[in-house]
Every structure is written in C-alpha cells, then in structure tokens.
Design a protein around this ligand. Structure first.
Ligand code: DAH
Length: 343
C-alpha cells in the first residue's frame, strides 16, 4: 500500500513540475492526456489497487481522488489563464490606430492620349471593326519593304528611325500592321491598329520622336474610294460633331493608290480661319488611300478579286484638337497639374 501512496505523491509532484513549463493550450492538453488520460500515469497506478485490502482501498481511493482533483483544477486554472493571454495577444495584434495618417492617393485619371485612342477605337468598333495590335520593334519588311518602300526609297529618309540592325527597327508607322493582318487573316477584313511609332525627330511644340497612330484597313470585294470617304466623314462627325466636314487632297503614299491627305474642319473656329488652323479653316489629321494592288499581292490576296482602303490617324494631333491642348510636350511630361484636368 505504501508503494501506491508513494507513486501517487510522486505523480502529483511530477505533475506540478511539468505544469510550470506549460505555456500554451496545446501543451496543457498534452499534459492532461499524459497524466489523466486513459493511458495516463494516474490510471496506470490505480490499476494496481486490485491488490489492496478492503480497509486500504478507501484510503488509497481518497488520496487518488485528491490527486486527480488537484490536477484537474490546476489544469483548469492554467487553461483559463492561457486563454486570457491568447485573447490579449490577439487584441493587441488586431488593434487599429485610427490616428495614423492615411497613405491613400487621390483617384487618378486617364491620360488624354488614352482617352483619344479609346474614343477613336470606340467609333470604329461601332462600325464593326476589330482591333489588332503588333510589335513596336518591327522587321524592315513589315515597316517598309512589303509596303512598297524598298531600300533607298526617299520615304525612308523622311521616316528616319532607330535601327537595331539592318533588318530590325522601331516602327515608324502603324502601316506595317496592314501586312501583318493580311498575312494572318483573309478578307473580308475590317481592323484598326492603335499603337506607338518612332521617328528621329527633335522634340518641339508639334513634334515628338515617339507618337501614336491608329491604322485602319478594310479589304473586301467591291470596296471603293466612296466607302473610304463615307467612313472617314462618319468618323470626323462622331469625334468632332455633326458640323465637321472632311477635305481630301491628292498625295502620294507608296502603299496606296490613289492616296490622299485628309483635313478636318478646324475644331476651334469651325472653318472660318484662326490661329490653330493658321487661317486655313482646315486641319490635317490623317493619310489614306486605296490599298495598292501590289500590297494585296504581297500578302497573297488577289487584287483582281479584292480591293481595300487604308488610313492612318495621328493620335496626338487629334487629342490636341479634341481637348484643346496647344503643345505636344504636355502629353509626355506627366505633370499632374496638367493631367488632373482630364478627370
Ligand atoms: N503611315 C502613314 C504615315 O505615317 C500614314 C498613312 C497614310 C497610313 C496613308 C495609311 C494610308 O494607312 O493609307 O505618314
């Protein structure tokens, strides 16, 4: 009997010692299992009670119960304490300091160039065109060669650009997209291709070495110059208002025949003549023409069966007219005071 009594006492001592190490609820549970669980130390000792006499049993029983309730109540205490601490930690972790100044930035606004591109694209999407995009680092053959601008052609000089090597350059025009599209898709075709283009021009109030164009291309059976004029008139009126007219002047582009330069009624004076249109009443906005038969042929499209028109819109010029901007440099300086005005 004294063996059991001793075991019970040492269980109690061991328990008290182990309890001091308990720092979280997981450790408390482990301790409970190892002392009070089905296979725990207390149960193991009580299994030895079978060998006791009828007098000894209640005495040991009482001690065992005391040890059990001692352990249970100590565990309960420590678990309650741990829970309280954990709650405190959680509260401290989640505390929100409402006095810290906010780092929220004011809402931005779209860049006027993107606004113009979106507006123009929306008009053509409404006319059933789809959008195609291509690389700014372009092969010579797309930018020049297949557009009938061979090496040594004077058009290359006026569109001098940045070369990576003999065959690769920063595109000088979005017209190369005509070729890329016609190589990939067969007529009927109706696409617009917005994008950046590059020329080694010096920056001034009306020129920038990086600017934007939107190319248009329509190829189908029986497409005529009349379709081109009708489409461009509609575009001009949708963008600048019902009273806007277009004027075509004969021109030369190697990849269209016939070719035209297209002016729009001056958006400032409505045609009377002012400082913006330099007294002309018209402002040049785009180049256009009927796709040259050789260009169609270069892309495997039979010019005896199909015809098409193409146009290239200058985005900067259009945006400057649309939003009353008088210096192209404002579009690239990212001065917030300027950009904010387009909210
Ligand atoms: N790519 C020409 C330029 O940058 C503009 C242009 C003219 C595009 C006539 C066309 C076109 O599609 O038909 O000056």
């Amino acid at each position: 009997m004294s063996d059991i009594k001793e075991s019970l006492n040492s269980i109690r001592e061991e328990f008290d010692k182990a309890l001091e190490q308990v720092k979280d609820s997981q450790a408390a549970e482990q301790l409970r299992v190892s002392f009070l669980g089905k296979k725990g130390q207390l149960t193991q000792v009580l299994k030895g009670m079978g060998g006791l006499t009828a007098e000894e049993r209640p005495v040991i029983g009482k001690i065992a119960n005391d040890v059990r309730s001692h352990m249970e109540s100590r565990l309960e205490e420590i678990v309650a304490k741990i829970k309280e601490e954990e709650k405190g930690h959680k509260l401290r972790r989640e505390v929100i300091d409402v006095t810290i100044p906010s780092d929220r930035k004011g809402a931005g606004s779209r860049h006027p160039l993107n606004m113009a591109i979106n507006e123009i694209c929306d008009i053509f999407l409404g006319l059933g065109y789809s959008i195609a995009e291509g690389p700014e680092v372009e092969y010579d053959k797309y930018n020049f060669e297949l557009l009938r601008i061979p090496e040594g052609h004077p058009a290359r000089d006026t569109q001098d650009t940045f070369y990576f090597n003999d065959k690769v350059l920063l595109r000088t025009q979005t017209s190369g997209m005509q070729i890329r599209v016609m190589e990939q898709q067969k007529p009927p075709l109706k696409v617009i291709c917005p994008g950046k283009v590059y020329r080694s021009d010096a920056l001034d109030a009306t020129h920038s070495p990086v600017f934007h164009q939107i190319e248009g291309l329509v190829v189908d059976k029986g497409v005529t110059m009349g379709d081109l004029v009708g489409s461009l008139r509609l575009f001009a009126k949708k963008l600048f208002g019902e009273n806007t007219e277009i004027r075509l002047r004969p021109h030369h582009f190697p990849f269209t025949e016939p070719s035209v330069e297209v002016d729009l009624t001056c958006w400032k004076c409505g045609g009377k003549g002012c400082n913006v249109c330099k007294g002309e009443g018209w402002i040049e906005v785009l180049g256009a023409g009927m796709v040259h038969p050789e260009v169609l042929q270069n892309c495997g499209i039979d010019p005896e069966v199909y015809s098409g028109f193409a146009f290239g819109i200058g985005v900067e010029r259009t945006a400057m007219g649309r939003y009353g901007i008088d210096d192209i440099r404002l579009l690239y300086e990212n001065d917030v005071r300027f950009l904010e005005q387009f909210k």
